[in-house]
Write a protein of this length. Structure first.
Length: 94
């Protein structure tokens, strides 16, 4: 991924503590997704997504929200390199 095509979003994912191990495994297997921290007692994960478009971040968040065991998944922060298109349409130049 070129530096000019990079964006990152930070998510807080909440689940029941007994579901965290399985959820971490599901998230770790997803392309562009990293589990950065786990609060086992509180049932929370800090997750990073790295993609090239805002659309990918939006779709990724929706997919994470729909995973089994997820109670909530919320966007905490999003950063897009200024040289990165905001969606696929602008990436194609139309």
């Amino acid at each position: 991924m070129k530096a000019s095509q990079w964006s990152v979003s930070g998510l807080r994912v909440t689940a029941r503590p007994e579901d965290l191990t399985a959820l971490q495994a599901m998230l770790s297997g997803r392309p562009g997704v990293t589990v950065d921290a786990c609060d086992s007692a509180g049932g929370q994960l800090v997750v990073t997504q790295e993609f090239t478009t805002v659309r990918q971040h939006q779709d990724g968040l929706r997919e994470i929200q729909a995973l089994p065991g997820v109670l909530t998944a919320d966007l905490v922060i999003h950063y897009r390199d200024p040289g990165t298109p905001s969606d696929e349409r602008s990436a194609r130049g139309s």
